[in-house]
Design a protein around this ligand. Structure first.
Ligand SMILES: Nc1ncnc2c1ncn2[C@@H]1O[C@H](COP(=O)(O)OP(=O)(O)OP(=O)(O)O)[C@@H](O)[C@H]1O
Ligand SMILES: [Mg+2]
Length: 407
């Protein structure tokens, strides 16, 4: 198996054309640069994938996102050869998937990957544990052993107590969890998830996303995840690949997609996204620059510059007080020269990986927030204005694309 961070899946110049003669005129048209609609009009063939290239690293959550018909499912199905491809190569852990057939293909699918779909077909007449262990049963694993594996997988998705319940007694969200547990039961390196959470209502969906991310952290699975929802993609993806009409438009981290959309098409998507959900505090905080507690109040006020406030830290580097311009001016107006007396201690603290949305409520007080590490040491100074500016910057970036012709 590939080591963490090494490439484990690669699509290389992959074309998929649907129709009676996929390698005929339609393929020539695609290679000549004609788009999906034009190829369809001229040849009656459907372009599923148009020179798709991406690679997924061991242990990452790689999300493919795009509108309906953009080729997401077609792309994921090339990875376990549910589709033959028209041209190109698909590599999984060093194996050229297209060369596999028969027993070798079956063994490869079974050992390397688990799949979860949107409408996961559970057997209604079997209980939860039997549904979970079904893949292992097909592999001929003895009942005792597969029940153990199934229980372990069910505990990962929080359904262990329901192991012996009838499947029909479970809610839609719970059934989808059983689907995930089934995929996990055979402990595959790779999870292929095609719109696995799309049918769930928003709250359950977020819970499932969180659980999946926890499982991934714990087990270091590689997850190829398909969604048509950019919010979901940005929330869970280490990297996101955006597709349109069978072609890859952009691949990047959520931050890159949000802040440097490659085309107007991507920018259009980004417009609907709540950036505050993706951008984290460390990206907008400034250096901690604590004040010297022995300074006079007037020197400290000078030292604030255009900052809304600065912190004072103790010997361990933990913030103990904050001077704001307002507090400082008020105290000095009353004749005080003592910095300590002007400090306030009721400031908010946050961690560097908090999202701007999570920090938003605290920022509403208009006062700087102390960004601290796990030991409580000051890492940065978060000015509430920086949050607003960051969100505004993304807005104006989208405006910049407005005149581009959307091709
Ligand atoms: N078996 C097939 N035969 C013919 N055309 C197909 C087949 N499967 C997919 N297509 C076409 O390939 C294109 C890509 O389809 P695909 O299912 O990959 O889209 P998708 O991005 O998964 O969409 P959705 O969000 O609706 O699931 C579409 O135009 C579709 O009509
Ligand atoms: Mg699909």
């Amino acid at each position: 198996m590939a080591a963490s961070g090494e490439e484990i899946i690669r699509l290389e110049n992959v074309y998929k054309i649907f129709g009676p003669q996929p390698r005929g005129r339609a393929f020539d048209l695609v290679k000549a640069g004609y788009g999906k609609d034009e190829v369809q009009r001229r040849s009656g063939h459907v372009v599923g994938l148009d020179d798709v290239n991406f690679s997924v690293k061991q242990g990452e959550i790689f999300v493919v996102m795009g509108l309906s018909g953009s080729g997401k499912s077609t792309a994921i199905r090339t990875v376990n050869k549910l589709h033959d491809i028209t041209f190109g190569h698909v590599w999984v852990d060093g194996t050229d998937v297209q060369t596999l057939d028969g027993m070798a293909l079956q063994a490869f699918r079974r050992e390397k990957m688990g799949m979860v779909f949107q409408h996961f077909a559970l057997f209604p007449h079997r209980n939860v544990i039997d549904n979970t262990g079904y893949g292992l049963k097909v592999q001929g694993v003895a009942k005792e052993k597969r029940d153990l594996a199934a229980l372990k997988a069910l505990s990962l998705v929080g359904l262990e107590p329901y192991a012996y319940n009838a499947t029909q007694e479970l809610s839609g969200g719970m059934q989808q969890r059983v689907g995930l547990a089934r995929a996990l039961a055979s402990d595959p390196d790779i999870l292929l998830m095609d719109e696995a959470f799309s049918a769930l209502d928003p709250l359950i969906r977020r819970q499932m996303q969180d659980e999946m991310m926890e499982i991934q952290q714990e087990l270091q699975k590689t997850i190829l995840f398909i969604t048509h929802d950019l919010n979901e993609a940005l929330r869970i993806g280490d990297r996101v690949c955006i597709m349109k009409d069978g072609a890859v438009v952009q691949i990047g981290t959520p931050e890159e997609i949000l802040t440097q959309p490659a085309t107007g098409y991507v920018a259009e998507f980004v417009q609907d996204v709540d950036q505050g959900r993706v951008i984290e505090v460390h990206e907008v905080m400034t250096a901690p620059d604590p004040l010297d507690p022995n300074m006079s109040l007037s020197d400290a006020l000078q030292a604030l510059g255009d900052r809304a406030g600065r912190f004072v830290v103790d010997a361990a580097g933990k913030p103990t007080g904050m001077l704001t311009i307002g507090d400082g001016l008020r105290a000095s107006g009353m004749g005080s020269t003592d910095l300590a007396a002007a400090l306030r201690t009721d400031f908010d603290r946050t961690s560097r990986h908090t999202t701007l949305n999570e920090a938003y409520a605290a920022a509403g007080r208009g006062l700087p927030i102390a960004v601290v590490d796990d030991d409580g040491k000051l890492l940065g100074n978060l000015d509430p204005r920086a949050i607003m500016e960051e969100m505004g910057r993304v807005e104006s970036l989208i405006d910049g694309f407005e005149r581009e012709v959307f091709l």
